[in-house]
Structure formats: structure tokens, C-alpha cells
Design a protein around this ligand. Structure first.
Ligand SMILES: [Zn+2]
Length: 466
């Protein structure tokens, strides 16, 4: 929603907010669930069983079209003029990376034509202030929902018509609203948006009551918010009716999170990975592996020097969107860290490349004094069941803070276990445990399990790599 609409919305009484969500929801529904949406879903379903060669050929065709459009933009024209694009994959590897900073500074320079009527500019805040501007044509908005429809919801056995609740970033209730409802229902889409900013112990019973009455088939949202709710439900011996699928997105899903959510909702968790810029898509199949959709975006994983990482080695995700011809994002550095799986075969039989996991943010890869890179700290919390939420922060090469929101029973013995686990898994570092009542979210409401405060120079010095 535009900022003016947002302001009016936030000042309105709850019944007006509810009416606005219904009206906005109906408009939004028509914009996205249209013939283009169904066409794109069909196309992605048809390509699902392509062989690796067929995917490669499809990418080559899309890349050639993409280069043709990109050559008309101020930014790409000089880069493409002298480039031999007869083999599009080879040509792609010769193009420079597009950084978030360049996208922020030069969003309009990337445009290949005058945006058609009905184009909406979506601004993503990011963490550094200046928003990047992504131009969404009607078609791109349909695409944004069609790919997860084909490769995530339908894999989970549900679809866009299923009754859903969403625990996402959208601010739908005033921060000082003290009484329920902390949700707004969009009846056209059978979707209830729940506020993740009001999930306090005081309000939790009202959420549980609402969910029991609304009985969603699909529970969607940030894993950390769903975990907060699920922990409360289990700790208080409450129950919710089963759902058909839990769909998580945007944050790393740990094994513990998965176990908790599956227990509370009695169904599988289907995690997916995308980007607001629509340049890539990956989702878990029925065997829990993360398949990249090679026909949505071409994904590379590169090291700090920009060289491709071998399978199993953690690096930064770089994506080339194969469908946004108005504002091409070519070799776009997403800032996320991931690894290609060493074993690229999956029992589901899909010939889509497999990511081992999406690890978090590339800049939050911690480096130990002996030069090892660490981003997942799940093992550090083994044997400590008295923590509601925690965040690991690397302050210096040999100093880590673990912020802990303690649950009942958290004791000095737990502190010692955490410190011992850090020694075991991370090495010879000092670990200070800091008890807190709240862990701040990013500007878009995301929970970050790990923060690294080392500079790029410090990391280079420790790893010995350039
Ligand atoms: Zn699979």
C-alpha cells in the first residue's frame, strides 16, 4: 500500500481497517489471479518434469530474449554492445554482477522501455535506508504468485483457493492496539493477515482462539513468528485443529522449528525461498530438498571473489531473473548465503538443481579465529530446552554474544552448556550470554538468527582469502 493509504489505514478504527483490507484485497486479487496467472502456472507445471538439458535450452532462449531487451537500457547497453551472445550462458558469465547499491542508485537506468500502463513501483526497504525500486507490470505481479502456486502450494497439495492465514511483515494493526483483533480478513482470497508485531504472551490466547475458529488449511509466514506461537501452544497444553500445510518463507528454518510447527499443525512444513525482486525461486519437494526452479531464474553461488563455489561450499546467491524484461536483473547479488548440495539427485526425480540449504545472510557469515566460516549455530543450542528465542552476534574474532530470551527454568547450568557448546563447535572464543526480553527484528520484521559485526577486511584477514 502507498504510504498515504498506510497512514489513513493506521488512523482508522478497526472496522474501517477491516473494510479497507476487504476492498484492497478484492482489487489485489483481480490484479494477480487473472488469465496470465493461470497461464504461467500451467507453463511451470508443464516444465516441471523437464530434463536438465531441456531446462538448459529453455534458459538459453530466455537469456537471449533478456539480452535483446536489456540492450535497450541505459545501464546494459554499453555492457552488451561488445559481447558475443551466441552462447547465452557463456555470455552471462562475462557480465558484471549487479549489486543492491547499483539497483538503488540506477533503478530507472535498467528500464528497457517506458513502463506500460498499470505498472506499479514497489519499494523494498532493505537494511541500509534507500529503498530499491522494482517495476511490477501486471504480468510480473501474476508471475510473483504463479511460480509459488505451481512449485510450492501445489507440491504441498493445496492451492491459492485454500483457506489461509499469513504471519508476515505487513503491519495490519496499530502498534499500540491493546485488544484483539490482531488480524484482518481478506474474504475474496480467504486469507487472514495476522500481525506478527502483537505476538506477546498477553495476546497469545486471543490468537489461538481466532485460529481455532478460522480453521485455516494453510498456515503461512515467518518461521520465527510461527515458532513463538507454536511454543506457547505446546507449553500451555493447548491444541489447534490440523492444517494441510505450513508454508514458511524468508528466514532459516531449523530442524527444531520444523519439528515444533509440524507437531502443532499436524502437517508438513514446506519451506520456500524467493526474493521480492522475482529473480529466483526455490522450494522444498516432498523429500525436503530445496529445488531451484531453473526456469524462473538462473542461480549461481559465488565466493567473495565472485568465483563459482564448488558443491558443499557456502557462498553468495546471485540470480538472473528470466522473466522480467522491463527491468532486467542480471547476475544480481542477493546478499543471501547458500550451498549447492553435493548430492544433486533426489528421489522425487525432478531435474532441478538442489541447494543444501539457505543459510542466512551472506554478510552474517561469522569467521572463527582459526579462519573457519560459520553461519548455522543450531548445534550450540543442543541440550538447552529453556530458551524462547536466541540470537548469536559475533562482536570480534574471539568474542561472541548470545542474546537469550529465557523461558522458565533457564539456569546458570544452561549458560555453561551454551559456552561449552560454543567451544566445541566454534572453537577457542569467549562467549557471553546476555539475557534480554526482546530481540529486535529487521526493518521488514524478519528475525535474524545470526549477526556478524566483523568488517570485510577482518574476515579476509582471518580466512586468508581475497
Ligand atoms: Zn526432490
Amino acid at each position: 500500500m502507498a504510504s498515504t493509504v498506510d497512514r489513513v489505514y493506521m488512523r482508522s478504527p478497526i472496522w474501517v481497517q477491516q473494510a479497507l483490507v476487504a476492498v484492497y484485497g478484492a482489487w489485489w486479487y483481480r490484479r494477480r489471479f487473472n488469465p496470465a496467472f493461470h497461464r504461467i502456472v500451467d507453463e511451470f507445471e508443464q516444465r516441471e518434469r523437464c530434463t536438465a538439458d531441456q531446462f538448459h535450452a529453455y534458459q538459453a532462449t530466455q537469456l537471449a530474449t533478456l539480452f535483446g531487451h536489456a540492450a535497450k537500457s541505459a545501464y546494459y547497453k554499453p555492457l552488451l554492445t561488445a559481447l558475443d551472445t551466441r552462447d547465452p550462458h557463456t555470455a552471462l558469465a562475462k557480465l558484471p554482477f549487479l549489486t543492491k547499491e547499483t539497483l538503488r542508485r540506477s533503478a530507472t537506468q535498467l528500464l528497457t522501455a517506458t513502463p506500460p500502463r498499470g505498472t506499479i513501483i514497489q519499494r523494498s526497504s532493505g537494511t541500509t535506508g534507500t529503498p530499491s525500486e522494482i517495476y511490477f507490470t501486471r504480468e510480473l505481479h501474476s508471475f510473483e504468485l504463479a511460480v509459488p502456486e505451481a512449485r510450492n502450494l501445489r507440491w504441498a497439495g493445496v492451492d491459492y483457493r485454500s483457506r489461509r492465514v499469513m504471519f508476515g511483515a505487513r503491519k495490519i494493526a496499530r502498534w499500540d492496539q491493546a485488544e484483539p483483533p490482531f488480524w484482518r480478513v481478506n474474504p475474496v482470497e480467504s486469507m487472514a493477515y495476522c500481525s506478527i508485531y502483537h505476538l506477546s504472551p498477553k495476546n497469545m490466547h486471543s490468537y489461538v482462539k481466532f485460529l481455532a475458529a478460522y480453521h485455516p488449511a494453510v498456515v503461512m509466514g515467518y518461521p520465527a513468528s510461527l515458532t513463538t506461537l507454536a511454543s506457547f501452544i505446546l507449553e500451555n497444553g493447548l491444541r489447534l485443529p490440523s492444517a494441510r500445510a505450513v508454508i514458511t518463507t524468508s528466514e532459516t528454518v531449523t530442524a527444531e522449528t520444523r519439528r515444533l510447527l509440524e507437531q502443532v499443525w499436524g502437517c508438513k512444513v514446506w519451506d520456500r525461498y524467493g526474493a521480492v525482486e522475482c529473480c529466483l525461486f526455490a522450494s522444498q519437494c516432498e523429500h525436503g530438498r530445496y529445488h531451484v526452479s531453473p526456469d524462473a531464474g538462473l542461480v549461481e553461488i559465488v565466493d567473495a571473489a565472485g568465483k563459482p563455489c564448488a558443491p558443499g561450499v557456502i557462498g553468495e546467491v546471485v540470480a538472473t531473473g528470466l522473466h522480467n524484461m522491463l527491468q532486467p536483473l542480471i547476475r544480481y547479488r542477493l546478499g543471501d548465503a547458500a550451498r549447492w548440495a553435493v548430492d544433486q539427485s533426489c528421489a522425487c526425480g525432478r531435474a532441478m538443481p538442489i541447494l543444501e540449504a539457505i543459510e542466512g545472510r551472506f554478510e552474517d557469515i561469522c569467521v572463527t579465529p582459526d579462519g573457519r566460516e560459520v553461519l548455522r549455530f543450531d548445534t550450540v543450542f543442543k541440550g538447552v530446552a529453556t530458551i524462547r528465542e536466541a540470537q548469536v552476534i559475533q562482536r570480534a574474532p574471539d568474542l561472541f554474544h548470545i542474546l537469550v530470551i529465557p523461558a522458565a527454568g533457564f539456569s546458570d547450568a544452561d549458560v555453561r552448556t551454551l559456552q561449552a557448546n560454543m567451544q566445541l563447535h566454534v572453537g577457542d572464543v569467549r562467549t557471553e550470554i546476555v539475557r534480554v526480553t526482546e530481540i529486535p527484528r529487521s526493518s521488514s520484521g524478519k528475525f535474524r538468527a545470526v549477526l556478524c559485526e566483523l568488517t570485510a577486511e577482518q574476515k579476509r584477514g582471518l580466512t586468508g582469502r581475497v
